[in-house]
Design a protein around this ligand. Sequence first.
Ligand code: AMP
Ligand code: MG
Length: 333
Amino acid sequence: MKRTIAFLMIFALLLCAAGCHKTPDIPATDTLVAAMDTEMTLRLYGDTDNAAAKALTEELLRLDAVFSPTSEQSALFALNRFKTSSDPDLTALAAQACDLGVRTDGALDITLAPLAALWGFTGEGYYLPTEEEVAQTLLRTGADKYTVSDSGVQLNGDAALDFGALAKGYAADLCRAHLEKAGIAALLSLGGNVQTVGQKPDGTPWRIGVQDPQDPQKVLLMLDVEGTKSVVTSGDYQRYFDYEGKHYCHIFDPATGSPVQKDLRSVTVIADSGTLADGLSTALFVMGFDAACVHWQQSSDFEAIFVTSEGRIFVTEGLREAVSECEFTVVVR
Ligand code: AMP
Ligand code: MG
C-alpha cells in the first residue's frame, strides 16, 4: 500500500514536471528589413499586433540614415564633410569606439575610412595601391584625428570616420532595449550579428549556426545560447577580393594600412553588449590568434570562437558545453 502511494506521488510529480515544460503557445513572426547594407530578419515571439516589429523596423531604418557611409543624407556623411556633428547616435557610438580603441591597443580604429576608399572597398572597384599611397593615407588615420565630447564629434583635417565595425552591434543594443521593455523574446539576425532577447518560449536554448569561412553557404558549428546575448562574427569571407593568389578582405590592420593577413579566417564573439561584441570581433580578427587569446585571458566580459587559416576551431573555456557539431580545442585561462 505504502509503495503504491509512493509510486502515485512520483507519477504525479513527473506529470507536474512535464506540465511545467509544456511549450507555451506563443507564436513567432518573422519580419525582413533591408538596412545597413544587409538583409535582416527579426523573429519576435508574441508580437501579436506587430507593434514591436514595426518599431524595430523604424529604428533600424533610422539608424541606417545615421550611419550610412554612402548616403549623402546621412549624419555620418555630413560629419565627414563638415568635420563636426552633434548627432546623438554618432556621438554615443564614437565615444564607445574611442574606449574600444584604447582597450584593443588601436586594433579597432574608426578612422580607417580613407583606407577603405583607397583600396576600393567603398568605391567603384577594388584597387591595389602602392606602398607610398598607403603610407600617405595612413597619415589621415588614428585615434588623434577625432574628439568626442558631450556636445558632439569633431574631426581633424581630412580625417573621416567609418562605423562599419560597430553600427550593427549598436543597432542590436537599441533593439534589445526596446524588446526588453516590451517583454518580447526575440531572435534578431542583423547581417553577421545575431541578438537573442529573453528566454526562448519553449524553454530550449537559442541555437545559432556559425558560418563556415571556407564555404559560407554551410554551417560550421552550432552554438547554444541562454537568455539575452549578442553573437557577432567577423571574417575574411564577408567582403574581399583575390589578386595574384592573395586574399584581400574588408578588415584593415591600422598598423600597416592593408587588409589583415594574419592567421584567422573568422572570429565570433559572444557578449552581453552588441557594440562590445561587434567591436571585439573586428579587433580580435586584426590582432590575430595569439594576441586575441591573450586579450580574452585578460578579460571577463566575452567568450569567443576562432577559426584559423588552417581551418582549426578554438573555443574559449566558457563555451565548452555550448558548441556542438564540430571538433574543437578549448582555450583556457
Ligand atoms: P566587421 O564586419 O564588424 O568586422 O567590420 C568590418 C568593417 O569595419 C569594414 O567593412 C570597415 O568598414 C570597418 N573596418 C575595417 N577595419 C577596421 C578596423 N581595424 N577598425 C574599425 N573598423 C574597421
Ligand atoms: Mg565588428
